[in-house]
Design a binder for this molecule. Structure first.
Ligand SMILES: [Zn+2]
Length: 497
């Protein structure tokens, strides 16, 4: 994608995640992402009125510690908050409470998949801060400010410059998004601004040790946009360097309309923010005990789950595993069915060594037919078909009691009527005909009433065979196993002179 012979691409990320808390970071105002009325969730503390005192949100601190632990970080026992001073209309206090030299989490890492295998991305730090408000620009040129978001708990994650392609960046961001959701520390929806990614990108000549001048790219509100912005920047900077020009250290924004990055401002260095310790908050001490307790609350994370699905159920298809990883309820539904399968196998005396085969059949029906019945959507399927009924359905197919054509009819009825498969098969008279005499009779019957087709076949017209199979399936209302029909039909045709 971003093949480049002359330069190495060096990318680091700064990611902001809106923490899932009941109230704001330093006051009791509600954190309500669905509030549409502006300036409803505000108070003197988050508006920075003189004489007010901030208080630290315990849930927010627990969230960032959990995320830090999940990202293999060291959690600091001593940490403090600092003021980051700058002026902007959406910042009512004229400063943001953040963390400068003592972040809560540091030195973490996350493994990501790349074309060349697994790559370790180092995470420099995660620190806690508060969000700014939101500017709303009207068409008539006026701008208004909504402070509902001002003071929300915000986690900032900074990686080391370990990425060398857009693909790596996106894999990292997607994995982080999953982890945040599994931990329930952030919904991390990019289009809602709950996860905001800034890309720091520079080029250096191959073999060169020193990093080039970096450019920061903002306004990236989707994975697609990130990819486009990175590709654009690589091309733009390559061209400048090739022409002997200098790269300017600056912040650029991605312009969706023009599909380019445009310069916004020259980048401040940290000293321009005049950080100093927040005088209204004491240093925060985090006990080892608290860290251990939070560590115990961490659920199974995506990477462990992928591995377990592979080992426990013999899943090989990477795409199917990802469907279960990304849609956790659907994954749980699958696992419940897989457990029920074991009961049915015992009941029907199916050899345990066939388990992975039945599981594979299950994943096929789940990810194609069942999602198809829901018009391509992944919904709460347990409301439609119980895991027990679904497992029974799979066992019936596996044992050849219904063929794949009838299985579709049965599944649709199960879905629409919420009945178990054996009742549907009985009520609709769909049971497979496996009585040899009966199968024989149907085929004989078809041969007798289609003598010209038989003659055509004997004269070398191969298509007539398929025609006869069609007749047999129609006559039996699809209740004969097609493979069996083919086998018997070819034997019978051989015997006809
Ligand atoms: Zn408030």
């Amino acid at each position: 994608m971003e093949k480049n012979n002359k330069y190495d691409v060096v990318i680091g990320l700064e990611i902001h995640l809106e923490s899932k808390t009941k109230s704001k970071m330093f006051c009791s105002c509600l954190n309500d992402p669905d509030e549409r009325r502006p300036n409803i969730n505000v108070c003197p503390i988050c508006m920075g009125h003189p004489g007010t005192l901030p208080q630290i949100n315990k849930q927010a601190i627990n969230n960032i510690i959990k995320l830090g632990l999940a990202l293999n970080s060291k959690i600091s026992n001593y940490t403090k908050f600092d003021r980051k001073n700058y002026f902007y209309p959406d910042l009512p206090k004229g400063y943001q409470i953040s963390q400068f030299d003592y972040p809560i989490c540091k030195e973490g890492f996350l493994d990501i998949k790349t074309e060349k295998g697994v790559k370790l991305i180092r995470i420099n730090r995660l620190h806690q801060e508060e969000d700014a408000g939101r500017l709303v620009h009207s068409v008539d040129g006026t701008s208004m400010v909504d402070f509902n978001r001002a003071g929300l708990a915000l986690i900032e994650l900074v990686t080391e410059p370990d990425f060398s392609s857009a693909e790596e960046v996106i894999n990292f961001a997607k994995e982080l998004q999953l982890i945040a959701r599994y931990l329930n520390v952030s919904d991390a929806n990019m289009e809602k601004g709950e996860m905001r990614i800034e890309v720091n990108l520079s080029l250096k000549e191959k073999g060169e040790r020193e990093l080039g001048t970096k450019v920061e790219v903002k306004n990236l509100n989707s994975f697609k946009t990130i990819e486009k912005a990175i590709l654009f920047e690589i091309e733009r900077q390559t061209k400048l360097l090739d022409e002997g020009e200098r790269i300017v250290q600056e912040t650029r924004g991605f312009n969706d309309e023009k599909q380019v990055t445009l310069s916004q401002r020259s980048k401040e260095d940290s000293h321009e923010y005049r950080y100093f310790p927040e005088p209204d908050l004491p240093p925060l001490e985090i006990s080892e005990e608290r860290i251990q307790e939070l560590n115990c609350e961490i659920p199974e994370l995506p990477q462990e789950k992928r591995l377990r699905l592979e080992v426990e159920y013999g899943l090989k298809d990477f795409k199917i595993i990802e469907v279960f990883i990304e849609n956790r309820d659907f994954g749980e539904y699958f696992e419940k069915i897989a457990t029920e399968l074991l009961n049915w196998m015992q009941h029907k005396k199916i050899d345990q060594s066939k388990y992975f085969d039945l599981v594979k059949l299950t994943t096929n029906y789940l990810t194609s037919d069942l999602i198809g019945l829901a018009e391509g959507k992944i919904i709460d399927f347990s409301e439609k078909i119980t895991p027990e009924n679904f497992a029974e359905f799979i066992v019936l197919i596996f044992m050849g009691e219904i063929n794949s054509k009838i299985a579709k009819v049965v599944l649709k009825d199960m879905y629409d009527l919420k009945k178990d498969p054996s009742h549907i098969i009985e009520d609709r008279g769909l049971k497979q005909i496996d009585n040899e005499d009966e199968v024989d009779k149907i085929i004989e019957n078809v041969l007798e009433s289609n003598t010209s087709a038989v003659e055509d076949y004997k004269n070398g017209k191969v298509a007539s065979f398929q025609f006869l199979i069609g007749q047999i399936m129609a006559k039996s209302k699809g209740k004969i196993n097609p493979d069996k029909a083919r086998e018997i039909l070819s034997k019978k045709l051989e015997n006809i002179q």
